[in-house]
Ligand binder design. Structure first.
Ligand code: PHE
Ligand code: ZN
Length: 850
């Protein structure tokens, strides 16, 4: 086999031909589905000359090939089919192909595959080539007509229905689209339906298709969809553009969900919810993902990407939009804190390791490996910075221009930045570095006050990343506020623009102010500033910016935990009293208080220590973090029972943000209580729970203290028939296992009869849960590394995409001590040396080895 080759942005050329329209007929059969395709093609004026026609195609058995009705005798190669220029007319022509494929044996879950008796597709990024011969690239857009023949009762594809009868259905999608947005579903499904009327009066039939029996778990997803559709009309002026909008829930899915035009396909865990089976986090994620996929209808589908290097064009923007939506639906402050927690946990981790890449990468081997936190979450942060720099009005004008100028286009980041430049007059040449340069900038801050003037000096450092040893200064918007020592705000939020490596800003000040820097986390950077615990406690008590208020508490906790780990310090009153004040402050949102009670994560701590030049010891971080929780529990202990009682929700469960915040705080309090009472309160709460949030919350409290075996049995008995709930059962006991037991627990659960490792959700809830158990995965024995590598190698031949994604468990190896680094290096070498390793996993392992 030849070495997989990298694709480079600089090699982009428009396709040789244009596709005027596509007609597909599917005759579905598990091992012998016939796909016939009629493509009307013409030479592309953007590529002058007379060119071969190259069609992508993989694992297709070619049955017939005709050009303008005449049979052609050509043989495909492993990746496609070339029709030599000599055989092609210079005028428009019609190409007809018929192929046979085998959905039932398609374990990669890409292309057309089967999931428990139903047919479904996943085409992004390059799955359509596993369905038929086609120019499988996003800048080739065409209207599709689809006919499905099957005895299954529900037959769906993109666009509007165009007729159906016994054993067949036809669909027409009038909107030109790239092949990656194609979708087909066939199965024994039932719909949860609702009507929707758009702002201009178009009637839309909304359907969520699920297996019989699941239809009573669709109400929240439907409600989220309706709110998303309405929100996009008011916030962005974007209406839906077809007569139907279908969503299908699928149990076997590599990712979260997919925005296929008019036919979104979802991992069932992001659709199905009832109070008994879904936690508050599940409800929030369903709302966000339903919105995300819906918002893609404009940002992704109507305006798509020219090539896959531009992936952030649709993903960064759509994440930004779904974050705005969730903030509007819930609380902006809480949403921002949660988003930053996630950004730091996933994207900073990626940006600081061997897998770092720019928001817009310039080369890849396997594009599926670039659906990353950097493209998605940092891509959204970059848009947030743009919005801050040009203001809300400038942003609105730029977006209006984007939609009018590029509707129907396959666009680039250059196009995106041009609409901002044209709508606002702002030069974005330097800003563009955020798209082209990897790495998290570090910003150092010094302050000076001379009795009259207060001076803040910033210095930015842009660290080297793979392939990018040196980089220039970035445009960094720093939202700043200044407080008086009495807590009054003397400078309301003001955006400073850093554009140079070192820069100072001066403010008149009769008294020395306390600065609140990087309010709302106005840029994805690491702020380096020596701050006393007193000042942090002051900001936690007085900052008017809720994000920085939380940030002050978090920094206080991280400073303390770092000192506990490095020189055996103990929690003192500065931290304990500050947390107590927030915990019991009834004027604050309970969701905010719950976040303030959350201790720094172990992986976060390891990254921070590493950043400070200290080699993190996972076992020690684990035990010191525990000691920290115990100290806090003792400090708050006497007041916890009253808090737990006061937060009990009377009446039936509602999934709204207010109720969810109260439950979150109640469970945080219960978790501390469980460190004091031997798990009594949690065991009681477990048995009293009437919703999954409290059931899981109480179970975790027990597991964290080495308890809960009886409750695990009760849980398993009650939920053994529910896959999505059983995923939680697997994941929780591994993620919360004692570090010395995590590997053995995982290994034992891989032998459980319900460990269906070919199902991505189940694989993630077992193998992924081990890599989420920081001290367990990084156990000095190396057992965690070995077990994860074993399972990745087992999954890789069947499902390379999921194996490759999960290999990021190893991306942090450079942080750790020489022994651990050697253990990881051996596992990476073992994987690299495995014959037949996929291009997906091969690329990831290669990049991690450096
Ligand atoms: N485009 C999908 C989304 O972000 C993600 C996805 C990528 C799903 C690739 C499947 C395969 O909404
Ligand atoms: Zn997306």
């Amino acid at each position: 086999m030849s070495e997989p080759r990298a694709v480079h942005l600089s090699d982009y050329q428009p396709f040789t031909h244009i596709v005027r329209d596509v007609a597909l007929t599917f005759r579905l059969a598990p091992r012998a589905t016939r796909v016939s395709a009629t493509l009307r093609l013409a030479p592309n004026p953007a590529r002058p000359g007379h060119h071969d026609l190259r069609l992508d195609g993989e694992n297709l058995r070619l049955l017939s090939l005709r050009l303008d009705g005449q049979p052609l005798d050509l043989t495909p190669d492993a990746t496609g089919l070339t029709i030599p220029a000599a055989l092609l007319p210079s005028a428009p022509f019609t190409l007809h192909t018929e192929v046979e494929i085998s959905p039932e044996t398609n374990t990669a879950l890409e292309g057309l595959y089967m999931s428990r008796g139903m047919y479904c597709t996943q085409c992004e990024a390059e799955g359509f080539r596993k369905i038929t011969f086609y120019p499988d690239r996003p800048d080739v857009m065409a209207p599709f007509r689809v006919r499905i023949e099957s005895d299954l009762p529900v037959l769906l594809s993109n666009g509007n229905p165009a007729g159906q009868g016994a054993g067949w259905a036809e669909w027409v999608d009038p909107w030109p689209k790239p092949a990656y947005l194609f979708a087909l579903v066939a199965g024994d499904l039932v719909a949860h339906s609702a009507p929707f009327t758009t702002a201009s009066g178009r009637a839309v039939a909304l359907n969520i298709w699920v297996r019989p029996g699941d239809q009573d778990r669709c109400a929240y997803a439907m409600d989220s969809l309706i709110r998303s559709m309405r929100w996009d009309e008011t916030a962005y002026g974007r209406e839906y553009d077809l007569d139907v909008f279908n969503i299908v829930a699928v149990d076997d899915f590599n990712m979260g969900a997919m925005e296929n035009k008019g036919l979104n396909i979802f991992n069932s865990k992001f659709v199905l919810a009832s109070p008994e089976t879904a936690t508050d986090d599940d409800f929030a994620r369903i709302e966000a993902i339903i919105a995300h996929e819906y918002f893609h209808n404009w940002t992704g589908n109507r305006i798509t990407c020219r090539d896959w290097f531009q992936l952030c064009l649709k993903e960064g923007l759509t994440v930004f939009r779904d974050q705005q939506f969730s903030g509007d639906m819930r609380s902006h402050a809480v949403k921002r804190i949660e988003d930053v927690l996630l950004l730091r946990a996933r994207q900073f981790r990626e940006d600081g390791g061997p897998l770092a890449h720019p928001v817009r990468p310039d080369s890849y081997v396997e594009i599926n490996n670039f659906y990353t936190a950097t493209v998605y979450e940092k891509g959204a942060e970059v848009i947030g910075m743009l919005k801050r720099l040009v203001g809300d009005d400038g942003y609105a004008r730029a977006l209006d221009l984007y939609f009018t100028r590029h509707d129907g286009d396959a666009a680039t980041i250059e196009d995106w930045l041009a609409v901002f430049q044209d709508a606002t007059g702002r030069d974005l040449t330097q800003f563009k570095r955020w798209y082209t340069e990897a790495g998290t900038p570090r910003v150092k801050v010094w302050e000076d006050w001379d009795g009259e003037t207060y001076t803040l000096t910033f210095e930015q450092e842009n660290p080297p990343t793979p392939g990018q040893p040196e980089k220039g200064a970035k445009v960094i918007p720093v939202a700043l506020g200044l407080l008086n020592p009495n807590g009054d705000e003397v400078l309301p939020t003001t955006v400073l623009e850093l554009t140079e490596t070192r820069q100072s800003f001066r403010f008149p000040a009769a008294a020395r102010p306390v600065p609140s820097i990087l309010r709302g986390f106005s840029a994805p950077v690491i702020l380096d500033r020596e701050v006393s615990p007193e000042e942090r406690a002051f900001l936690l008590a007085h900052d008017t910016d809720p994000f920085n208020r939380w940030e002050a508490g978090r920094a206080l906790a991280k400073d303390l935990l770092a000192r506990m780990v490095t020189d055996g310090a103990s929690p003192g009153p500065d931290w304990l009293d500050a947390v107590a004040r927030v915990t019991f402050d009834d004027t604050l949102d309970p969701a905010f208080r719950a976040l303030a009670l959350r201790l720094p994560g172990e992986d976060d701590m390891a990254a921070t220590l590493h950043g400070a030049g200290i080699t993190p010891d996972p076992a020690r971080i684990w035990s010191e973090r525990r000691r920290m929780a115990e100290a806090l529990a003792r400090h708050l202990g006497p007041r916890l029972p009253a808090l737990i009682d006061a937060l009990a929700e009377p009446g039936p469960f509602t999934p709204d943000a207010r109720a969810a915040g109260r439950r979150a705080l109640r469970i945080a309090a219960l978790s501390l209580m469980s460190r004091l009472d031997g798990g009594r309160a949690a065991a009681t709460a477990y048995r009293a729970a009437n919703n999954m949030t409290e059931e899981v919350g109480a179970l975790v409290c027990l597991l964290e203290n080495g308890l809960g075996q009886e409750e695990l049995r009760l849980f398993e008995t009650r939920w053994s028939a529910d896959r999505n709930v059983m995923d939680k059962w697997f994941a929780l006991q591994i993620a919360h296992a004692h570090p010395d037991q995590a590997v053995a627990t995982t290994d034992r659960l891989t032998r459980h009869p319900a460990f269906d490792w070919k199902n991505p959700n189940r694989f993630r809830s077992v193998i992924g849960a081990l890599s989420a158990n920081h001290a367990g995965f990084h156990h000095a024995s190396g057992g965690g590394y070995r077990l994860v590598a074993d399972w990745l190698l087992r999954l890789d031949p069947l499902n390379p995409q999921t194996a490759a994604r999960m290999s990021t468990a190893f991306e942090t190896w450079p942080r750790y001590d020489a022994d651990r680094r050697a253990l990881v290096a051996a596992e990476l070498a073992r994987m690299a040396a495995t014959p037949g390793l996929s291009r997906d996993l091969g690329e990831m392992v290669g990049r991690m080895r450096g």
